[in-house]
Design a protein around this ligand. Structure first.
Ligand SMILES: Cc1cc2nc3c(=O)[nH]c(=O)nc-3n(C[C@H](O)[C@H](O)[C@H](O)COP(=O)(O)OP(=O)(O)OC[C@H]3O[C@@H](n4cnc5c(N)ncnc54)[C@H](O)[C@@H]3O)c2cc1C
Length: 296
């Protein structure tokens, strides 16, 4: 345990090459082709995917435009290959911090491009400075498009109220715990409280007929969601997990007959994402450290 925690702290200082070796587990690769390959492999196991171009916070709007073009290519390729896959986009990757209106136009262009190919677009949720702007963009897009969804984080105190408002417009919502560090005034810090809120939000949305993506690797939340689904008797939902994480639990959910979608990140900006994955999973970081000590 101690070695694992120490390893997690050391991860950001590991050479890029070493992080790259372990990163293979969490990202499909640098290219779109690698993400399509993983999608094909997972589809053989009856698992669908959502493709994510790695990165966030572009330096200028030209950078955001380049990301739009890359996602257009992703949509074209998914459509040409008839794969059961969609895309996830991050607002700051598409210019939110620079110009919210330009970000709206960028996401709308992608949602429109996707609609023409019958593909769904999920808008990821980033840190709390972006929550209101992201939900505003989502509401505006919903006025014209059905093929778009958003994310609520159960650590956010506001999420229950946001779920109520979103259920009024028949939103498609991914529910996750939330990955950023947020202050106690706006976010629950206690794991049990975050889990209770997760299940409250899931139950509210399912009960109002919304499509819910239950995004977790936490076995207790999977069991809690099973209980909600059983109680409600019906519901539009899928489970979601990140590539390379808790594959046994993933397979057990699929074996029980539930729809499963895997988040498949790819792209050149793999380093920061991989370091985050390793820091969140001290056990794997521990394996890396032990391997390094054995093979100096
Ligand atoms: C499909 C998907 C989309 C997501 N989208 C967003 C988003 O838009 N915004 C956002 O803020 N967060 C997002 N997240 C991240 C999420 O908020 C959590 O930070 C993350 O899923 C960990 O929470 P958990 O529910 O899996 O429970 P935890 O209790 O954190 O995890 C349960 C177990 O799973 C394993 N595990 C969990 N996460 C990882 C990991 N990353 N690497 C290695 N092992 C891990 C660990 O063994 C852990 O013990 C997403 C997660 C998923 C699965």
């Amino acid at each position: 345990m101690i070695i694992n925690q120490a390893a997690a702290a050391v991860v950001p200082r590991l050479p890029r090459r070493i992080v790259g070796l372990v990163a293979r587990r969490y990202i499909s690769g640098e290219t779109l082709e690698s993400a399509l390959d993983v999608t094909r492999q997972l589809s053989e196991r009856r698992i669908s995917t959502t493709l994510d171009v790695l990165g966030e916070h572009v330096a200028d709007l030209g950078g955001a435009q380049a990301i739009v073009e890359l996602y257009r290519r992703v949509l074209d390729e998914l459509s040409a290959a008839s794969l059961d896959s969609n895309i996830s986009v991050k607002p700051t990757h598409l210019g939110l911090a620079l110009d919210p209106e330009a970000c709206f136009r960028n996401i709308r262009a992608l949602v429109q491009h996707a609609a023409e190919r019958d593909i769904f677009v999920r808008i990821d949720m980033e840190d709390s400075s972006t929550t209101t702007a992201t939900l505003d963009i989502y509401r505006r897009l919903r006025e014209t498009h059905d093929n778009v969804g958003v994310v609520l984080q159960s650590y956010m105190r506001r999420s229950e109220a946001d779920a109520r408002a979103l259920s009024e417009i028949g939103a498609r919502v991914r529910v996750c715990k939330g990955i950023y560090r947020e202050p106690a005034e706006i976010a629950y810090q206690d794991g049990a409280e975050i889990n209770r809120n997760f299940l409250r939000v899931v139950e509210h949305l399912l009960g109002r007929g919304c499509h819910v993506a239950i995004a977790t690797h936490d076995a207790a939340l999977v069991q809690g969601s099973y209980r909600i689904l059983e109680k409600l008797g019906s519901g539009s939902y899928e489970f979601q997990m990140l590539l390379g994480v808790t594959e046994k639990l993933r397979d057990s959910i699929v074996a029980a007959g539930h729809p499963m979608r895997i988040y498949v990140p790819f792209g050149e900006e793999w380093y920061d994402y991989s370091v985050r994955r390793l820091r969140e999973n001290p056990k794997i970081a521990g394996h890396v450290l032990k391997a390094l000590l054995r093979f100096p």
